[in-house]
Design a protein. Structure first.
Lengths: 112, 119
């Protein structure tokens, strides 16, 4: 079974401070991990995916298969980072298993 | 707006009534997904279409739920004999997918959702 755990429901960080949103997963196959973000009054949208190895809006996330983690990090928080963040999991190369399994989300608030 | 469109945005109904939601995906997208989100939870997968074919249904989807995508374009999600536990945000998403073995899962584009309240 697929499972995604985001242990923090709420996280408050001062502007300019580093941010880390935790995500752990459980999956028996090869996982594909994503971070989705929902800003206030906007739609859920993809922030980044591990397979692209990209940095979006200063955020990065590294897949650690040993620790089954995919934590989201940013060295210096900005006020516009305040949003709801969801970690999500799918099976890589596993068509027929296209669905995403989401975590419960972490609401990040950046304190000015 | 050329994104995923969902209608209605809000629906209030009485227990036992039937409701139907519509989703219009991004026009060239061949894959369409329905998710449900309750308060304090992340979205939960309900069902998925590749063109007009419904390829997967979650065990969450009871017999009261049915989804269609008749021409491989828009989709409808119907809930019969609604229950209070059906109250949730119903999200639609679409993607342009290639089912070839070398392609990973594609990026999903979500709609704004339909908020269902069952009284």
């Amino acid at each position: 079974a697929q499972r995604v755990t985001q242990p923090e429901k709420l996280l408050s960080v001062f502007k300019g401070a580093p941010v880390e949103l935790k995500c752990n997963y459980s999956y028996s196959g090869s996982p594909e991990l994503f971070w989705y973000v929902q800003y206030s009054r906007q739609r859920l949208q993809l922030l980044l995916r591990h397979i692209s190895r990209e940095s979006i809006k200063g955020f990065t996330a590294d897949l650690n298969k040993g620790e089954t983690s995919f934590h989201l990090k940013k060295p210096f928080a900005q006020e516009e980072d305040s949003a709801m963040y969801y970690c999500a999991l799918s099976g890589l190369w596993n068509f027929g298993n296209e669905k995403l399994t989401f975590g419960t989300g972490t609401r990040l608030t950046i304190i000015p | 707006d050329t994104g995923v469109s969902q209608d209605p945005r809000h629906k209030i109904t009485k227990r036992g009534q039937n409701v139907t939601f519509r989703c219009d995906p991004i026009s060239e997208h061949n894959r369409l997904y329905w998710y449900r989100q309750t308060l304090g939870q992340g979205p939960e997968f309900l069902t998925y279409f590749q063109n007009e074919a419904q390829l997967e249904k979650s065990r969450l989807l009871s017999d009261r739920f049915s989804a269609e995508r008749p021409k491989g374009s828009f989709s409808t999600l119907e809930i019969q004999r609604t229950e209070q536990g059906d109250s949730a945000m119903y999200l639609c998403a679409s993607s342009l997918g290639d089912r070839g073995p070398s392609k990973p899962n594609e990026k999903l584009f979500f709609g704004s959702g339909t908020q269902l309240s069952v009284l």
